[in-house]
Write a protein that binds this ligand. Structure first.
Ligand SMILES: Cc1cc2nc3c(=O)[nH]c(=O)nc-3n(C[C@H](O)[C@H](O)[C@H](O)COP(=O)(O)O)c2cc1C
Length: 171
């Protein structure tokens, strides 16, 4: 069974998780912006996506490649400021056709927000958004940034990849 990692990120944290998974498994890694990122060449897929403005950034690519994603074993890892939660599951559900969602396991990873990498107007937008955020911790993080990057959090993904590889071995 051949597998590959396809990721979509903007500020580097999703790419970092993709690299950690690639290092641990030897699977090739593709940025979805690469012209050669073709999921139809693989038996199982690890899809990684950051969450910006309550949506998965991989959503348009996933819709455009729906026929190639259908029927292949898949994991989705999301990288976000919100930790695993009902609201995160709702954002994920709203980003993907339900048919695709039912075919894959979702693992929620916690990312990083470095304000020094953002433009002044984006910092302003986040600050304004924080005014309406009822969660005090999330409010603080929107204003000041956060870093929850954690290599050990990829373990559940490595476990599922191991199952994909093992099941392929026996067929
Ligand atoms: C403009 C902007 C919007 C964001 N929107 C959300 C959001 O709606 N929900 C959330 O949980 N995190 C949000 N985040 C936090 C990102 O998901 C987090 O920083 C993630 O690690 C970014 O991934 P990347 O470095 O691969 O781009 C946002 C961050 C930025 C900069």
């Amino acid at each position: 069974m051949k597998g590959a990692i396809f990721f979509s990120g903007k500020y580097g944290s999703t790419e970092q998780y993709a690299k950690w998974i690639g290092e641990a498994t030897g699977l090739p890694i593709f940025d979805i912006k690469d012209a050669g990122a073709d999921p139809s060449k693989y038996d199982f897929l690890i899809l990684g996506s950051s969450v910006l403005y309550y949506k998965l950034t991989i959503r348009k690519w996933a819709r455009a490649n729906l026929s190639k994603l259908n029927g292949r074993s898949k994991i989705l890892f999301s990288v976000s400021g919100a930790g695993p939660s009902d609201k995160l599951e709702r954002w994920v559900a709203a980003s993907f056709p339900s048919q695709l969602l039912t075919q894959m396991e979702h693992v929620a990873l916690h990312g990083r927000l470095d304000h020094s990498k953002l433009s002044w107007w984006l910092r302003k937008i986040l600050w304004m958004g924080s005014l309406f955020n009822p969660d005090p911790q999330a409010k603080k993080e929107e204003r000041g940034g956060f870093d929850y990057m954690d290599k050990s959090s990829i373990e559940p993904i490595l476990k599922i990849i191991g199952q994909f590889q093992y099941s392929g071995h026996n067929t």
